[in-house]
Design a protein around this ligand. Structure first.
Ligand code: PGA
Length: 246
């Protein structure tokens, strides 16, 4: 526990997008923000981690993976270990993204096991939580998010090893965002229930250059996890600029 101020973070989740040619976007971002007063991260596909680390050597832009296995190594064809992400230059890893939960059936317990593996490899986990449209319509948002929080963070989660991203499933890639009041409610709930009050709480879901300033002005929002708008340095750069101005 601590009373430190949560770190401000802008993290870009490239998802399954990005070939070598797109390394130029990372280089452009690094050139635009040589020493940002916030953590700026790119989470490219695993194939681009090592070359992006090389391209960004000496820059202030950090790198993250998008998932890791709970085991240290072994017979898990197609999976990636946390230590491999760290070895390729990552300092963070996104865990429990709703696309992993929905498409790969990831449970809270699995996310917690992956977070432990991430910590063991020296990585900070960015744990994603969020309700579906049906759950929100049923008035179950805090219940769902609360259960995900309790189940996905093992004992030992602190601001030094964990970031939480509130990402309503219905807001991801949809162009829809919650109202500021809805974001305030969930972030206040997360702040109250997180194991360390200094854990950074990011909002994610259709953040773009047009709405970033409004989102960063919301009480309790320490930054953003950005999907589509993180692919282009000019768009993600505008979001970083909004965070730095907030
Ligand atoms: P989006 O994705 O910004 O494209 O909505 C956010 C995310 O899934 O992390």
């Amino acid at each position: 526990m601590s009373d430190r101020t949560p770190k401000r973070i802008a993290a870009g989740n490239w998802k399954m997008n990005g070939l070598s040619a797109e390394l130029a976007e990372a280089e452009a971002l690094a050139a635009a923000f040589p020493a940002p007063a916030a953590s700026v991260l790119l989470c490219p596909p695993a194939t681009l981690l090592a070359p992006m680390a090389q391209a960004l050597a000496g820059s202030a832009i950090g790198l993250g993976g998008q998932d890791c296995h709970a085991a240290e190594k072994g017979a898990h064809t197609g999976d990636i270990a946390a230590l491999m992400l760290a070895d390729a230059g990552a300092g963070h890893v996104i865990l429990g993204h709703s696309e992993r939960r929905a498409h790969h059936g990831e449970t809270d317990a699995q996310v917690a096991a992956k977070l432990r593996a991430a910590w063991a490899a020296g990585l900070t986990g960015i744990v994603c939580l969020g309700e579906t449209a049906a759950e929100r319509a049923a008035g179950r948002t805090l219940e769902v998010v609360g259960a995900q929080l309790a189940g996905s963070l093992p004992p030992g989660a602190t601001a030094a090893n964990t970031v939480i991203a509130y990402e309503p499933v219905w807001a991801i890639g949809s162009g829809q965002t919650p109202t500021p009041e809805e974001i305030v409610e969930v972030h206040a709930f997360l702040r109250q229930n997180a194991p360390d009050p200094a854990i950074s709480l990011l909002y994610g879901g259709s953040v773009n250059p047009g709405n970033a300033a409004q989102i960063f002005a919301i009480a309790g929002v320490d930054g953003a996890l950005v999907g589509g708008a993180s692919l282009k340095a000019v768009d993600f750069g505008a979001i970083v600029t909004a965070l730095l101005a907030a």
